[in-house]
Design a binder for this molecule. Structure first.
Ligand code: FE2
Length: 181
């Protein structure tokens, strides 16, 4: 399962979410340099992205064919030079959506996902587009960011009838940036 979906969110909704998150960053309401990416502001279970986590749940269930339980949302506002190291995610990310809220229109910055045969497949996401992938199985990464600013959110779910259903809501001690793409 690795597929790009176009237009999951209307452009105006993306713009509003991005604007709200930038205001939070300006007010030091986000953390910085925490987790895997040093050149980024980050937040875990932000009120903006938790709303998207729940509102997009029915669409993600339809697209994946699974009944899902939400675990957590995360976001990053990437800055110049940001690198997302190649990694896999923890079990709370059984099925993940990496959703572009504000890409840099001048600088394509794909998310790479490694296939079962070892091929690195780039996903180019415009605002509102999302990539659904199995983060705990497939390695994924981004190379160095040469743009100025890029805002992405990561919505994580587990299958309701799967081995990680007990992780609904994620563990309360989790912190931002631990495993999201
Ligand atoms: Fe990840």
């Amino acid at each position: 399962m690795r597929r790009c979906w176009r237009g999951l969110l209307p452009a105006a909704v993306c713009a509003k979410a991005a604007a709200d998150l930038k205001k939070m960053k300006a007010r030091n309401m986000l953390r910085h340099g925490y987790g895997a990416v040093k050149a980024a502001a980050v937040d875990y279970k932000n009120l903006v992205t938790e709303d998207l986590l729940l509102r997009l749940l029915p669409q993600i269930e339809l697209l994946t064919g699974h009944r899902l339980l939400p675990t957590y949302s995360c976001l990053r506002i990437y800055e110049p030079g940001a690198v997302l190291p190649r990694h896999t995610d923890r079990p709370a990310c059984e099925i993940s959506l990496s959703l572009a809220l504000q890409p840099d229109p001048q600088v394509p910055w794909p998310l790479y996902v490694e296939t079962l045969t070892g091929e690195a497949v780039p996903a180019h996401l415009a605002a509102g587009d999302g990539l659904i992938y199995k983060g705990i199985e497939r390695p994924h990464w981004r190379e160095a960011f040469t743009g100025t600013e890029m805002i992405q959110t990561f919505l994580h779910y587990v299958r309701a009838d799967g081995p990680y259903a007990h992780l609904k809501g994620d563990r309360p001690e989790a912190r931002p940036g631990q495993s999201a793409a």
